[in-house]
Design a protein around this ligand. Structure first.
Ligand SMILES: Cc1cc2nc3c(=O)[nH]c(=O)nc-3n(C[C@H](O)[C@H](O)[C@H](O)COP(=O)(O)OP(=O)(O)OC[C@H]3O[C@@H](n4cnc5c(N)ncnc54)[C@H](O)[C@@H]3O)c2cc1C
Length: 427
């Protein structure tokens, strides 16, 4: 049988040791079969186990193999679309619910880390950095908006204040969210997987779901086994392929790339990011970076629509890093990798149910570390018969990409090119 290892990355190289998990080779029965062991799947599994469900997780490769084990590690709250845009689309009542939930994912991560003693280099503090006056105005408006929804912890930063927390001369100001922060993403996923098993859940790696037999008693088939379940949760996100054709039609996998420097040493690391906050800029095609536990700079940026793997990642991302930090010109890059997230046309997550018993959440379009943790809770609530928060997400409108699966990539790239120009010229 094929064995899919982790792609080479700083995270794979510094992952906490875990025993391998055997592939499914039997015909088993459970309450909930979760497809995918990223944050969405693991968070769902944990909430369900905590409420007495029996849970089996099927993972095509290894725990955290997808975006959850490769991302920038930034705990960024809220959604990839502003809450006032959401409000105009779904009305004040649903927007109120979604707005209240927007900072919950970060809390869930911290609760998980504390409750299950997960070693993942958790640090508090995330900065949104404005490059243009227009972006700064947008941050000011966002802060006012979030206060309307009861989130009062955000701090606006002028040019002098942001220079105290990040040694980059590009920024004219920013916003600090102390409920944001950063983590070693793969170690968070591995810790959550261990927590799932500590509660009696089962995880099978190297066990792709290859077919779902739908109906009153659904069955998930893997190459060597099957799982009969009362409910299925589909959590394969950008790696799901065509297993559930309805989900593939309204979303598009996109690649984004990350590089990691050699260790910088305490002094240089502290000079760049004295408080060890993570940073993302406010461009549409944004750069994001932070320090690792061993004081490397982890820097991500760029989007490849359609998720083709670029040939030379360092050649794409290093110039962006040097633009932010010219002082790193002699620093070596030790790791470079790519990973896929799932884009939707609205940039809002797709949440819903197929038939009576197949639930899904996917497509948070970039900012997913916190959302996926919230999604697990909301899906678990729905399975327990409390669907109010699930419905708030499920009611978000979604449209297919213009041009269908064949033309969605060039259309999205064209849109990104336009927004990239807007970023560059500030209009
Ligand atoms: C490079 C990169 C950087 C990012 N940086 C950030 C960041 O800093 N902050 C942030 O908030 N968000 C970031 N994101 C987004 C964030 O990582 C994702 O939104 C989030 O991890 C998605 O989690 P998930 O569980 O839904 O999907 P994934 O983590 O992709 O997990 C899906 C899992 O399902 C498995 N799977 C798929 N199909 C099957 C099947 N048929 N059978 C069994 N298993 C299957 C896959 O192998 C995979 O392990 C980034 C994404 C990428 C790619």
């Amino acid at each position: 049988m094929a064995h899919t290892p982790y792609p080479e990355s700083y995270y794979a190289a510094s992952a906490n040791a875990v025993p391998p998990r055997p592939a499914l080779q039997d015909d088993i029965e459970t309450d909930v079969c979760v497809i995918g062991a990223g944050y969405t799947g693991l968070s769902s599994a944990l909430f369900l186990l905590e409420h007495g469900f029996r849970v089996t997780v099927l993972e095509a490769a290894k725990v955290g193999f997808g975006a959850s084990g490769r991302n920038g590690g930034q705990i960024v709250n809220s959604y990839s679309r502003d809450i006032d845009v959401i409000e105009r689309s779904v009305g004040p009542k649903q927007a109120q619910l979604l707005g209240q939930m927007a900072f919950e994912g970060g809390r869930i991560i911290r609760e998980r880390v504390a409750k299950y003693n997960i070693q993942c280099d958790l640090k508090d503090g995330g900065v949104f950095a404005a490059i243009t006056a227009k972006q700064m105005g947008h941050l000011e408006a966002q802060k006012r908006l979030w206060e309307r929804f009861g989130h009062t912890q955000l701090e606006l930063m002028d040019q002098r204040r942001i220079r105290e927390v990040v040694a980059c001369d590009q920024y004219i100001g920013g916003m600090l969210d102390m409920s944001g922060g950063h983590i070693h993403p793969l170690n968070l996923a591995l810790g959550e997987a261990a927590a799932v098993e500590s509660l009696g859940g089962t995880i099978h790696e190297q066990s792709p779901a290859v077919r779902i037999e739908r109906g009153a008693n659904p069955v998930v088939h893997t190459p060597q086994g099957k799982v009969r379940a009362k409910f299925i949760i589909v959590a394969g996100n950008a790696y799901l392929g065509n297993l559930v054709p309805e989900l593939a039609a309204k979303s598009m996998p996109c690649g984004t790339q990350v590089i990691t420097t050699e260790p910088l040493g305490e002094e240089l690391a502290r000079a760049l990011l004295p408080q060890d906050y993570c940073v993302e800029d406010c461009n549409y095609l944004l750069d994001y970076y932070r320090l690792s536990g061993d004081k490397r700079l982890i820097f991500g940026g760029g989007v490849v629509y359609g998720a083709r793997d670029p040939a030379n990642i360092e050649a794409i991302i290093r110039p962006k890093m040097l633009k932010a930090f010219p002082q790193l010109k002699d620093v070596k890059i030790d790791y470079a990798w790519t990973g896929n997230f799932l884009l939707t046309l609205s940039r809002l997550p797709q949440v819903g149910r197929l038939g009576d018993n197949i639930y899904y959440s996917q497509g948070c379009s970039g900012h997913g570390v916190t959302y996926t943790h919230l999604a697990g809770k909301v899906l678990a609530e729905a399975l327990r018969g409390q669907a109010e928060r699930f419905d708030a997400f499920a009611d978000l409108p979604h449209y297919p990409f213009p041009g269908g699966q064949m033309l969605r990539t060039p259309f999205a790239a064209l849109g990104a090119w336009y927004y990239g120009l807007r970023d560059r010229f500030g209009f």
